[in-house]
Design a protein around this ligand. Structure first.
Ligand code: URA
Length: 222
């Protein structure tokens, strides 16, 4: 798809999300929060659900968690306009409660379409709810910062920035995970060009719904 077609398709999808009535959250929201960023973003960040600030402004990660996310992006020479940022659930759950399974299910096709249109090199899941979409039944404390291969892209689970704010002992880990991002994006670009996983890149291959296999340095299953 040409870039202008992708841009138009993404804008149409974002408009569709703003008017969505697929689950009861549309009744309590001020604004739906589709997500934002360039259609060719190399990294797609996925959070949990909008909070009060996001609901008010209709934009993702604009409160304290967003400030930390922006500070992390700055560490690796990026600004938020360089990346696509969205959430598993596009409308605020009342009182910031956890999203319900039926709300996640109602929003799932939107996330799938965003992933397909943006086609990022790396998907970063922020927190448990986004991680569960690709890596169910994992513990974030065990898998954070690891690169999991899904087809020709990587999924890298990271702590949710709000959790890193609540638990200062996680902050250095969150920073370390972030610092590896540019190398992972470069590695995926190289791998797409050469059609093989670059030497030195440690990834674990996952077929959706199956447990991961370990890959050695050369991308071969061990
Ligand atoms: N937390 C999230 O998970 N998403 C947002 O957009 C803001 C805070």
């Amino acid at each position: 798809m040409e870039m202008h077609e992708r841009q138009a398709a993404l804008a149409a999808l974002e408009a569709e999300i703003r008017h969505c009535t697929r689950c009861p959250l549309h009744r309590s929201r001020t604004n739906a929060v589709p997500g934002e960023g360039p259609p060719d973003a190399p990294v797609l960040f996925i959070g949990e659900a909008p909070g009060a600030n996001e609901d008010r402004l209709g934009r993702p990660f604009v409160g304290p968690a967003g400030e930390l996310l922006e500070a992390m992006l700055e560490r690796v020479g990026l600004i938020r306009d360089d990346v696509y940022i969205t959430n598993v659930v596009k409308c605020r759950p009342p009182g910031n409660r956890d999203p319900l399974p039926e709300e996640i299910k109602a929003c799932k096709p939107f996330l799938a379409r965003q992933v397909r249109l943006v086609a990022p090199e790396v998907i970063v899941t922020l927190g448990r709810f986004a991680m569960e979409r690709w890596l169910p039944n994992r513990r974030i404390t065990r898998v954070h910062g690891r690169a999991f291969r899904f087809g020709s892209r990587l999924v890298v689970p990271m702590f949710h920035p709000a959790a890193a704010l609540r638990r200062p002992e996680w902050l250095p880990l969150f920073q370390e995970d972030f610092d590896r991002l540019p190398a992972l994006v470069d590695a995926v670009r190289l791998w797409r060009q050469q059609n093989r996983v670059p030497a030195g890149l440690h990834v674990e291959t996952v077929e959706e719904g199956k447990p991961p296999a370990q890959l050695n340095l050369f991308g071969q299953e061990e």
